[in-house]
Design a protein around this ligand. Sequence first.
Ligand code: UT7
Length: 329
Amino acid sequence: MAKLRAAITGVNGYVPDYILTNAELETIVDTNDEWIRSRTGIEQRHILKGEGKATSDMCVEAVKGLLEKTGTSPDEIDLVICATVTADMPFPDTANITSDKVGIKNAFCFDINAACSGFLYALTTGAKFVESGSHKKVIVIGADMMSSIIDYTDRTTCVIFGDGGGAVLLEPTEEEVGVMDSVLKSDGNGRHFLHQKAGGSLHPATMETVTAREHFVFQNGRPVFKAAVKGMTDTVKTVMSRNNLSNDDISWMVPHQANMRIIDSVTRMSDFPLEKTMVNIQKYGNTTAGTLPLCLWDYESQLKKGDNLILTAFGGGFTWGAVWLKWAY
Ligand code: UT7
């Protein structure tokens, strides 16, 4: 029997309506449009507003549209994986809550917490279930409501992050398309540079943790920047060289959208043309697990069956990696 591969057979994205511009941020913290654009490439980000709204509400929008687009009934879905660091609540998982809201009743569901690399981890995990033959219609979501863990008095983080996400459908195929290879890495020592200190078992929520603003994202940007450039470049080179792929073979590089200067450095160090690199950071900022599916969604109309894509990301953990994907439609 031919080897089963996991093909992406549809993608859909969602960003909330409210747009937080650099101009509005200038009224909130000591920053300016020129600094944000030149240091990050970000012009605006979308923010989920409204009482009772959470990450699962964005997942629901992405998944409903995905089912519609692919002509799939909720009953057919047998696995849902959601990559997020902004789960609706510590438990149950956002994948479960999303499935309940969408009417997916025959699936098992779980979340993956790998920060900005979450979508790569979830895609690779979902692909394994498809490749094994055990699961036939798998939804992989990457979504974050970063505004729920961002300190809007901290100019070093609040200008970067936004809310949004997307979802893909994975189905088995015997054709040479789909998730072809993955290189995934972790280094727990990176936790010192990028984390949310309180709210877990180490520092449960208390009046003191709230007053000390420890339930927000902390980032020491410069070491993260350096590690991101190295980690993404290394894994892109590894996944390409072990599959004998040259830059000419690659139709698109799909990098995590954390900072335009990181994207520039990774493409430059890989000798890869920026024209063939997906970039939408100017519109959405860094949506953590949402960036890669939002790129695929934005560029979907430009993709052709058989196109080789290299996805790469770096984030809290540290976590990082690269995935070689052959577009399936
Ligand atoms: O997605 C997860 C992984 N995360 C990343 O990949 C993010 C990696 N890091 C970065 O993207 C960048 O380090 C940042 C965008 C976070 C910061 O850019 P930077 O060029 O590394 O700036 P910096 O932290 O070295 O700060 C340079 C200056 C400082 O002023 P002084 O000390 O030189 O006077 C900051 O206080 O820029 C100042 N600054 C700002 N000024 C205006 C920092 N944030 C702002 C701001 N507006 N929002």
